[in-house]
Design a protein around this ligand. Sequence first.
Ligand SMILES: [Zn+2]
Length: 133
Amino acid sequence: MVAMMKAESRHEQPSFGATLWDGIAGRCPSCHLGKLFAGYLTLAPRCENCGLDYQFADAGDGPAVFVILVTGFVVVGLALIVEILYMPPYWLHGLLWGSLAILLPLVLLRSFKGVLIALQFRHKAEEGKLASK
Ligand SMILES: [Zn+2]
């Protein structure tokens, strides 16, 4: 069964949405069943289902950059909207947006890392190498 799934996973290209969902859910980008993570952000050494070695996976600073951009957009946008509509005291702004600026990255970071690794697997992205003759 596992050998058959390995053969299928090599030839089939999942849809872009399925790739994104694998990353968000933290599942193996090859078989879509095994776990990608062994901890909160720590990758498992390989897929427990199909045996895919996760050595190829290196998201680098990408997830943090996207999380910073998204969090900044959401927090600043909501702060502006709330200020324009309700004009709450500054201590309430600090409480609301300070909490959201801490919690939102904690929620998003794992999903963004999973998505970038799933996209890396889908597009076979790897470090650039000079062609040798
Ligand atoms: Zn797998």
